[in-house]
Design a protein around this ligand. Structure first.
Ligand code: F6R
Length: 614
């Protein structure tokens, strides 16, 4: 998704801006741009390019513009296609003021019509350009810069984080934040600005996260912070904990491969972290032990892979805590009727902690005064700040767009949390929680060994074979159904192979019509003997129609394996941990198939890592 980067200081800043943008490249984008003020005459200079950031870097080399006040942007198209004209920065009529923006201005159409009537000329199809023109007109009609900003934010609807620089106020920068993240790294006589702290994590130790619905006027040695009414606000600095060095590929061909292999360590780290937190957990997440004991229901919400983790975790909470658990897709939940349930806890699951739909769902629940908990991987994220409490998965920074280690650590945290709640409710003993932790350590081993055992065959035989099919069906039952959804998502997002997932029991209600010799049918088994037998029957139905069967099974499931062209067999594990056991192997197979097809694995087309627009 879009990223913004800025700099105000006493050094030339183009290299910092371009490097900052390249660090945030993994988030996904389709054009890029840079603007700065000329160091001597303050004239606004800019350069934009369609496509990859490398195109912008090449273009900048040809017109070596640079300055002490500068902004940069990578754009993920929402309004208007990916063209140089639509790339940010955008300008006012006189090209004296420049804006880079993340988010969406929802009332851009009405504002544009009004501005056109008053003589403004637009050049792009973007919603962002409206901000520049509206700001231009408001500056003319207000006595103070601050007054113009307050009026501006009152007129803009939507979610946005934007930075503006202007020839007329050449030593300062305006930062505005509503719902989209924006932060300032405070250096010695210089300020580093970005939508993600990663852009400047090695440049300074102190960061100010602009609070929601606030704006800041920033000079090289000073920050003024205001709320949207124009009231001055105190600056609350935080220490930067992200480590840029940990974000390299470390010899792996892709980040995704590196991250698949980091799962064993990440699961261990998550369990160790939670185990240390355990005695003080309820304080940490700002919910009382009594509230936990009295809980009647749990609600889980997320998007994409995080929603799949939630669907799997439903089995954890219902089986281990005996609590009815509802799972919702954030993008749907927001527009459904909301019924406040007594003694309910809401858990928002999000790797990034920034996903717009999940964040808005969390905000909606916060308004109902229900305890909320965010399970996220990013300590500096908005969800951490806005949920009543938070638990951090210890996956480490996940760069590849396709989530791997974030998914497995979400499952780890949710499995552990289900046990911790059950302990508080007197359903299990302390030693059961310890055993659950041991089971997670065992699963981390099974996950990694699963990859190692099949690595060569996948590389040499199976990935080239399955890369030839351009469509596939994924089936699961019970806890393996949401896992099959995750597997289908992994394959389609990185290899572009069409992958449709169904609960296996639904096959005969329609999807069976799709099956022939050209259709690989991936089946994810369970160990429960009754459900297993049903799954075998479903596999036979697919086999009888010529389906090309691929099974992920457990030791002793010979009947299922005998129906398959390809079978992956894992050791028997705790039933609730079956998805976690299979995840490494499933991700690795998808990865190698995409690799055979030469796909851009870490940054699949059209996708963004952090989906900060609805
Ligand atoms: C797929 C994937 C996405 C994310 C989804 C939610 O591999 O990563 O489906 O899971 O965009 O993102 P977060 O977890 O950051 O809220």
């Amino acid at each position: 998704m879009c990223s913004v980067v800025g700099y105000v200081g006493t050094h030339f800043s183009r290299d910092y801006i371009l490097e900052g943008l390249s660090r945030l490249e993994y988030r996904g984008y389709d054009s890029a741009g840079f603007a700065c003020l000329h160091p001597e005459n303050n004239r606004l200079l800019y350069c934009k390019a369609k496509g990859r950031l490398s195109n912008l870097i090449e273009k900048c080399k040809q017109s070596p513009i640079d300055g002490y006040v500068a902004i940069g942007h990578t754009r993920w198209s929402t309004h208007g296609t990916s063209t140089e004209i639509n790339a940010h920065p955008h300008f006012d009529c006189n090209k004296t003021l420049s804006i880079v923006h993340n988010g969406i201005i929802e009332n851009h159409h009405d504002l544009k019509q009004q501005l056109i009537k008053t003589g403004h000329t637009f050049h792009s199809d973007t919603d962002t350009e409206i901000i520049a023109h509206l700001f231009e007109s408001l500056i003319l009609t207000h006595n103070t810069f601050k007054g113009a900003v307050v009026d501006l934010v009152n007129q803009l609807r939507g979610a946005y984080a934007f930075i503006s620089i202007s020839q007329d106020l050449p030593d300062q920068m305006l930062l505005v934040r509503k719902r989209s993240p924006l932060c300032i790294g405070v250096g010695d006589g210089q300020m580093f600005i970005a939508s993600d702290v990663l852009a400047f994590a090695d440049k300074t130790k102190k960061v100010l996260f602009i609070p929601d619905e606030h704006f800041a006027i920033v000079k090289h040695d000073m920050i003024e912070l205001y709320d949207f009414k124009g009231n001055s606000k105190p600056l609350i600095m935080q220490d930067i904990t992200s480590d840029w060095q940990a974000h390299q590929k470390n010899g792996h061909e892709h980040y995704m491969l590196k991250e698949i292999y980091e799962q064993k360590r990440a699961i261990h780290a998550t369990v160790d972290f939670l185990s240390t937190l355990s005695p003080d957990l309820w304080n940490h997440i700002d919910i009382s032990a009594e509230q936990i004991r009295n809980l009647k229901t749990i609600s889980l919400v997320g998007c994409g892979t995080s929603w799949h983790a939630a669907r799997i975790a439903q089995f954890f909470f219902e089986t281990i805590c005996k609590l009815p658990t509802k799972v919702q897709l954030a993008s749907e939940m927001r527009y459904m009727h909301f019924f406040k349930e007594p003694a309910n806890m809401h858990i928002a699951i999000s790797q990034s902690g920034e996903t717009a739909d999940t964040l808005e769902a969390l905000r909606m629940v916060n308004d109902f005064d229900i305890p909320t908990l965010a399970i996220t991987n990013v300590a500096s994220s908005t969800m951490v700040r806005e949920a009543d409490g938070f638990i951090l998965t210890q996956a480490g920074h996940e760069v590849a767009v396709a989530s791997t280690k974030a998914f497995s650590t979400q499952l780890t945290a949710l499995y552990w949390l289900a046990h911790r709640i059950a302990l508080e409710r007197g359903l299990i003993e302390q030693h059961d929680l310890k055993n659950a932790e041991q089971d997670l350590f065992i699963i981390a081993e099974v996950l990694e060994n699963g990859i190692e055992n099949y690595k060569r065959t996948i590389q040499k035989v199976l990935a080239p074979k399955y890369a030839q099919f351009n469509k596939s069906i994924f089936l699961g039952r019970h806890i393996s159904y949401p896992f099959a959804m995750e597997a289908a998502l992994k394959l389609k997002e990185i290899s572009y192979i069409f992958a449709q997932c169904y609960p296996a029991g639904e096959l005969k209600h329609g999807p069976l019509a799709l099956i022939d010799e050209q259709m690989p049918v991936y089946i994810f088994s369970v160990q429960d003997p009754i459900i297993y037998q049903k799954l075998v029957a479903n596999t036979q139905e697919a086999k009888a129609r010529g389906g090309h069967i691929v099974v992920f099974a457990f030791e002793g499931q010979d009947e299922l394996c005998s129906l398959a062209e390809t079978s992956f067999v894992l050791p028997r594990v705790k039933t609730l941990l079956e998805p976690l056991a299979m995840s490494g192997l499933m991700q690795y197979l998808a990865y190698e198939i995409a690799n055979v097809l030469g796909c851009e694995i870490d940054k699949p087309r059209n996708l963004a890592k952090s989906v900060t627009v609805e």
